[in-house]
Write a protein that binds this ligand. Structure first.
Ligand code: GAP
Length: 455
């Protein structure tokens, strides 16, 4: 974990936010390489789940929605963690995380499911076992702590209305369900997907970009008629699609993935069945992607709170009903963290990120052999111009070739192209493969197809 964090900062993937002010707990910024990786993941998500499916459409709703949205969804008052405070340091902890830490290595708690504990159970467990803070200090009585982040709208003092920064992107999809029905020609089963920022008052610190106050979600609400489609089959269809995306598109090792079904006590208030796709992060198996069967809970609630008819009319039978929904929901930043963890390699003489070429921040780097020979630099610039029309291309003419390779290995760039004296005479270049470190000579005219074929 430390090595990944250090490489991510050194190479410009992830910086602590507001670094010059000493950082801000649970906040990170994405540097020149990180922003590219994040974008590539989002674009692939959009391509796979929206653009290449005829049963999906996209959406981009606001971060601040009508406050009633969050009353209807059950988030106001119902979206909270149970928290305690260290009586000496005043640091706050999520109780379930303190318990998780306390039971670690204790054989009698081998099969213990913390998620099964409700608020009272958590409190009793802490009191009975005299659990202390991570610093070993006494803690306060457990209390509920709201995760929704409030904000105020309006410019005049006294006229400000309480609103919320969205805690999930999902609600913007439900509140636009009717708009999408009225403006498009979708018919069931169909889904609406969106990518965007969500905000939560998270308590647990120190898990890097795994859990942050501000994060991006990629969420899909897939609507269907439960009389025509079996919810179990719908869940399975989405589980298969997510697994395929993670393994084939993102190139993640299957050994580090598993499905885990939520227990009855653990499931969110809106769900009838939930599966988590877990990834083996450096701190253990943790949720990457959740797939929940939200039934007709949300649309029914919004219909009740808004008074708007959110029923669907079957075009063949004219039957009117509220569709049910399957929700695959993922944190884009968690996907990126997984990609960094899974691709990190240490070899005898180098550190490398073996990122799938389809999402690597840069696909190819172009180097003139030396930077003080104008004819080499000019030829290399032409190659850069050519390649950059097709691939995200990096330019480097600093230091020696060995150092440039080292930088690109740590950046995860699959190919490096060097323009040397032979290039000037024969219109060929040297192309070096990140994974094999093998170099080969390729005709300039074949370069684009060579990279396309191998990426
Ligand atoms: N709409 C359902 C929903 O939001 P969730 O399990 O709370 O469900 C979905 O969140 C996904 O969002 C999680 O699987 C995780 O990948 C990501 N996520 C949730 N909270 C996060 C946080 N504080 N920081 C980063 N990612 C988070």
């Amino acid at each position: 974990m430390e090595k990944i964090v250090s490489l991510a900062k050194r190479r410009g993937f992830i910086f602590p936010t507001s670094d010059i002010y000493g950082g801000l707990a649970n906040g990170y910024d994405y540097g020149p390489l990180g922003v590219e990786l994040l974008r590539n993941i989002k674009e692939l998500w959009w391509k796979r789940f929206i653009r290449t499916r005829k049963d999906m459409v996209g959406l981009d709703s606001q971060i601040i929605l009508h406050p009633k949205t969050w009353e209807a969804s059950g988030h106001v008052g119902g979206f909270s963690d149970v928290v305690v405070e260290d009586k000496i340091t005043h640091k706050r902890y999520r109780v379930d995380h303190l318990i998780e830490n306390w039971i670690q290595g204790k054989a009698e708690f081998k099969d213990f499911v913390i998620e099964d504990l409700n608020v009272d159970d958590l409190r009793n467990f802490v009191l009975k076992n005299k659990i202390k803070s991570l610093e070993g200090n006494p803690i306060t009585d457990p209390k509920k702590f709201d995760l929704l982040m409030g904000t105020h709208l309006g410019t005049l003092e006294g006229e400000k209305d309480l609103a919320y920064l969205r805690g999930e992107t999902a609600q913007g999809i439900f509140t636009n369900f009717k708009n999408v029905l009225d403006s498009t020609r979708v018919k069931l089963p169909f889904g609406i997907g969106q990518i965007g920022k969500s905000f939560r008052n998270e308590i647990t610190l120190g898990q890097y970009i795994f859990r942050t106050f501000e994060f991006e979600q990629g969420e899909i609400e897939y609507f269907f008629d439960p009389e025509k489609e079996d919810p179990k089959a719908m869940l399975k269809m989405w589980q298969d699609a997510l697994w395929k995306f993670v393994v084939e598109d993102l190139g993640i090792n299957e050994k580090n993935l598993r499905w885990r079904r939520h227990t009855d006590a653990e499931r969110s208030h809106y769900s009838q069945d939930t599966y988590d796709l877990d990834y083996r992060f450096p701190f253990g198996w943790k949720e990457l992607w959740g797939v929940a069967y939200r039934t007709d809970y949300d649309l029914k609630q919004h219909m009740k709170y808004s008074g708007t008819d959110l029923q669907y009319t079957d075009p063949h039978t004219q039957k009117k009903f509220i569709p049910h929904v399957i929700e695959p929901a993922v944190g884009i930043n968690r996907l990126m963290f997984m990609v960094l963890c899974d691709s990190y390699r240490e070899e005898a003489e180098r550190v490398m990120l073996r990122i799938n070429p389809s999402i690597a921040p840069y696909t190819v780097a172009v180097f003139p052999l030396v930077s003080n020979k104008p004819e080499l630099v000019s030829e290399a610039e032409k190659v850069f111009e050519l390649l950059s029309q097709h691939f995200h291309t990096y330019w480097d003419d600093r230091g020696n070739i060995g150092k440039r390779y080292k930088y690109q290995d740590e950046a995860g760039t699959p190919f490096c192209v060097t323009i040397d004296y032979e290039s000037l005479l024969e219109h060929t270049v040297t192309i070096r493969n990140r994974d094999t470190m093998k170099q080969s000579r390729v005709a300039l005219s074949d370069l684009i197809s060579h990279i396309s074929k191998n990426s």
